[in-house]
Design a protein. Structure first.
Length: 254
């Protein structure tokens, strides 16, 4: 059992802790590990506490572990990190989203949100605090906070042989992949067909625009990846050539 590692993911219903656990499980299984996963949804639909456990190793006999046995804790909300702190091994690592969600009782004024959650964790465990929610908003998609936090914890998993970026792309909902949007990266150079950008953006059959991806899709605004147009024509005068590494980084000199 010495080779078995355990991770506890905690958060509030709707934050995506379950999705992270599925990404982890898929990645470890592809790498040949035996993986076990358990979920405790709690009052998820009412914004209540949610937790999920993932264990991986050469041979894992059960999905559940007890207090003090988690090698890694991933907390999508900082108060949840304190709530489940007793499950973390004293030598474990806590990766925490520096973000607070007020419960119904706190929002109503019946209770106060506890101060110093991250500081309390730092006193007892190796702690990595990440403003994942703020980063997700800056990227244009608040709902990708869980994936941002997952990126921050990848090094702590100790499996450099796993291409986690590819695993994420394979695990996210299929709708993201329908047009190959999961393969876009910031700085990618793309062509927009039937898109008129001469005087604002609109539909025009035959119009062509060349642009650069500057942000990811936005669930709240209801649009896909953001493109800054650098070349446009109302007639099909621009021809596209598919190049795998068509990204502005490859044309920059530092």
């Amino acid at each position: 059992m010495n080779d078995v590692k355990s991770c506890l993911l905690v958060g509030v219903g709707g934050q995506g802790a379950i999705l992270i656990s599925k990404i982890m499980s898929n990645g470890f299984m592809k790498a040949g590990y035996d993986v076990k996963q358990s979920e405790v949804h709690g009052m998820a639909q009412r914004g209540g506490s949610v937790s999920t456990q993932v264990r991986w190793g050469k041979k894992v006999y059960g999905p559940v572990f007890g207090k003090g046995e988690a090698d890694i804790m991933v907390a999508l909300e900082k108060m949840e990190a304190v709530r489940y702190a007793e499950f973390l091994n004293p030598n474990g690592v806590a990766v925490i989203n520096d973000y607070a969600i007020k419960s119904t009782t706190i929002a109503s004024g019946a209770e106060e949100y506890p101060e110093g959650c991250i500081e309390a964790m730092q006193k007892n465990f190796k702690t990595i605090a990440v403003p994942a929610s703020d980063i997700a908003i800056q990227l244009g998609n608040p709902k990708c906070m869980n994936v941002v936090l997952f990126g921050a914890m990848c090094d702590s998993l100790g499996c450099p042989e796993i291409d986690w970026e590819q695993v994420v792309a394979e695990t996210v909902p299929a709708k993201v992949k329908e047009l190959g949007l999961d393969k876009l990266r910031f700085g990618d150079i793309v062509m927009l067909q039937d898109c008129d950008n001469m005087y604002g953006r609109g539909f025009l059959t035959g119009a062509v625009a060349i642009g650069v991806i500057i942000h990811s899709d936005c669930m709240l605004a209801g649009h896909g990846p953001g493109v800054t147009v650098i070349m446009a024509s109302q007639k099909p005068l621009i021809k596209a050539k598919v190049v795998a590494d068509a990204n502005i980084i490859n044309g920059l000199k530092f």
